[in-house]
Write a protein that binds this ligand. Structure first.
Ligand SMILES: Cc1cc2nc3c(=O)[nH]c(=O)nc-3n(C[C@H](O)[C@H](O)[C@H](O)COP(=O)(O)O)c2cc1C
Length: 187
């Protein structure tokens, strides 16, 4: 079956500090296969789980992390990235980034871009099952949904901690289908 093309689409992929960050190379590969331009924005904590070097090579674009990196051009990188995006995909999304977005906190590159972009946003949570069930996390998700953020539900299964439950990053093909569905509607 021919794959849906994402040619001409710029996708900002936010990667946060979840153990599931090791799956982000697969997400980049699937998006690139469909000819999307993928710009990776990593949090500082995400760098503990996967290297910018790997993601830069797979995406063929500079990986963005530091809000105050003087080498960026133009000077207000987070605004230009926010404007360039056809979609902001955050996968995996930690409880922390979900909390920051729901509270209007913009204290790093990814949260600033999220706040500044008018592009659709697709959030793919991945976390320990108790974290995911935490009423505050659930309230944050509900608040973001109310404000137009789209979510790909995490999956049930064996988590990194060894326990079974809901919290695993959704399957990559479900995430990619979510991206395609949003971008198809947008054009
Ligand atoms: C081994 C390990 C695995 C973690 N996995 C997750 C996770 O899957 N989901 C999550 O929400 N937080 C996870 N955390 C906690 C986050 O890394 C932490 O909340 C961090 O502040 C998130 O920062 P960020 O959202 O800026 O990337 C993990 C921490 C460690 C040490």
């Amino acid at each position: 079956m021919r794959e849906q093309t994402l040619k001409g689409k710029t996708i900002i992929l936010g990667v946060t500090g979840s153990i599931a960050a090791y799956k982000s190379p697969q997400i980049i590969t699937e998006l690139k296969k469909r000819k999307a331009d993928v710009i990776v924005v990593m949090t500082e904590k995400a760098k503990q789980f996967i290297t910018p070097f790997t993601l830069q090579n797979l995406s063929a674009n500079k990986v963005i992390t530091d809000l105050f990196d003087v080498s960026y051009t133009p000077a207000v990188e987070h605004i230009s990235l926010a404007e360039a995006a056809d979609l902001l995909l955050i996968a995996p999304a930690t409880a922390n980034i979900i909390g920051k977005l729901a509270s209007g906190i913009a204290d790093d590159m990814l949260s600033c871009i999220s706040m500044a972009t008018l592009a659709p946003k697709l959030i793919c949570p991945a976390m320990n099952t108790n974290m995911f069930k935490n009423p505050i996390v659930q309230e944050n998700i509900a608040k973001l949904k109310k404000n137009g953020y789209k979510f790909v539900e995490p999956a049930f299964g064996r988590l990194a901690s060894g326990v079974e439950g809901k919290g695993r990053l959704a399957d990559i093909d479900i995430i990619i289908n979510g991206v395609i569905k949003i971008l198809r509607k947008k054009t």
